[in-house]
Design a protein around this ligand. Structure first.
Ligand SMILES: [Zn+2]
Length: 140
């Protein structure tokens, strides 16, 4: 087990399904941060078998919609002075705008390059979203 120093200040995104950590890392733009960010992959978990985990040594405004889209089962802990001060559980967002794009090549949003398309949640179990224009289903 790698020893990663205990976080004094910042955010821990925990219980990420194994394999989703890098996706979250990319989608949240953590590679563009100047602060210390640790992505741990395939960490042993009694509950999940394997999980990914992200530690961010800064207080960042996380995009909960993006997180909820990728993996609504993650938990987010805010750390201050080495103590957890807040813990957030996510739910998949009902609608998202400007994050997803339609996978249907015949959809008008792709034909006419329409941006900020709204998608609405159709299946919370599988995290499926439908395009507001053509109803094609997609997920992040
Ligand atoms: Zn569409």
């Amino acid at each position: 087990m790698i020893n990663v120093s205990k976080l004094k200040e910042g955010i821990v995104i925990d219980h990420i399904r194994a394999g989703h950590g890098y996706k979250i890392f990319q989608q949240l733009g953590l590679d563009r941060l100047d602060d210390v960010v640790v992505l741990m992959r395939n960490v042993e978990s009694t509950k999940m078998g394997r999980k990914d985990l992200i530690k961010i040594e800064t207080n960042l405004n996380l995009n909960f919609d993006v997180l909820g889209l990728i993996d609504p089962d993650v938990t987010i802990s805010y750390i201050k002075n080495g103590e957890r001060v807040k813990k957030i559980r996510l739910t998949p967002p009902e609608t998202v705008t400007g994050i997803l794009s339609c996978k249907n090549p015949r959809c008008i949003t792709n034909q006419e390059h329409i941006g900020n398309v709204r998608f609405y949640l159709v299946d919370a179990q599988t995290n499926q979203y439908a395009c507001e224009y053509c109803d094609a289903r997609t997920h992040l």
